[in-house]
Design a protein around this ligand. Structure first.
Ligand code: NDP
Length: 285
């Protein structure tokens, strides 16, 4: 009788990394499909990233995620970068193609898939407002632009950061991306189709914080999305619900970035519901 006791390995490299819940949903999906695969959540210091990637090659990892603070730094240790990850300027998922390691970014793609699948909205031709100009905003804004949004307005507190990001992404994508400074309360105009909170406002433990936005002029079908996933029900989403607006929580983006990573690594479609349930349980949601 022949036997195969070898597990295929995937991982997440970050620091701090202990509270990253991705492994829970990936392992639930591996188990559901009967795959002898593992997802290791590994603490890697910035000074050890080069060795960690060399280790990934030596161990034949099938792929890995990078989280804070490695999403930009990892790029110099890879063999190629996918076009959209190059525009974003950051990699959160690495896949293997033979012996080559390819950098991908599934954050913005995960967000878009959630918008399409969970909210039933096609971003093509839509007018979007993205709050924030950090890493999450960069990924979301890039993918909205590449998906053919009619325009994307980035609203950020820090002018320098917001202007620099918008100038860079507009030049790289050729898409109509504009910037507005976030002063006091931002009044969302009535012609916006999609509002995204890509700031960290509302993130645990600051769960009572609410992005200073006025939704009173929002048109009735405007989709309100939050990148914050802990807690999934943020003050912003509660305020939107109260106005009868459709909402999409940050768990959707988190799950679908993992779904896309799973597909890139295994070539198979994972059971999305199993991943969502595992994540909800892990986060006590
Ligand atoms: P960054 O630190 O890179 O960016 C944070 C952004 O939030 C900046 O634009 C910052 O503005 C803004 N901000 C923070 N506090 C305030 C405030 N009090 N008032 C106005 N603006 C504020 O963070 P990330 O982009 O990496 O992450 C943002 C959020 O997205 C986090 O909650 C993270 O958990 C979530 N996220 C979710 C993912 C998912 O899969 N659901 C994936 C990745 C991230 P300024 O430039 O002025 O400082």
């Amino acid at each position: 009788m022949s036997a195969n006791f070898k597990a295929e390995l995937t991982a997440c490299f970050g620091q701090p990394v202990a509270e990253n819940p991705t492994g829970v949903m990936q392992e639930a999906a591996f188990a559901a499909l009967g795959l002898n695969w593992r997802y290791l959540t590994v603490e890697v210091a910035p000074s050890k990233l080069r060795e960690a990637v060399a280790g990934a090659r030596a161990f034949g990892l099938r792929g890995f995620n990078c989280t804070i603070p490695h999403k930009v730094a990892v790029m110099e240790y890879l063999d190629a970068i996918a076009p959209d990850a190059a525009v974003i300027g950051a990699v959160n998922t690495v896949r293997r193609e033979g012996d080559r390691l390819i950098g991908e970014n599934t954050d913005g793609k995960g967000f878009l898939r959630g918008v399409r699948v969970d909210a039933g909205v096609d971003p093509k031709g839509k007018r979007a407002v993205v709050l924030g100009a950090g890493g999450a905003s960069r990924a979301i804004t890039t993918e909205l632009a590449l998906a053919g949004a009619q325009n994307v307005l980035v609203v950020n507190r820090s002018v320098e950061r917001g202007e620099a990001m918008v100038a860079d992404l507009a030049a790289k994508t050729g898409a109509p991306i504009r910037f507005a400074v976030w002063e006091s309360v931002y009044r969302v105009p009535g012609d916006v189709d999609l509002l995204v909170n890509a700031t960290s406002i509302g993130l645990y433990p600051d769960v009572d914080a609410m992005p200073p936005v006025d939704l009173s002029r929002a048109r009735s079908g405007m989709l309100v999305c939050d990148a914050v996933f802990n807690p999934p029900e943020t003050r912003l989403l509660a305020a939107a619900r109260q106005r009868g607006l459709p909402v999409l929580d940050g768990l959707s983006m988190l799950v679908y970035q993992g779904v896309i990573g799973f597909q890139l690594w295994t070539g198979q479609d994972p059971p999305v519901d199993v991943m969502k349930a595992a994540l909800r349980e892990a986060l006590g949601a």
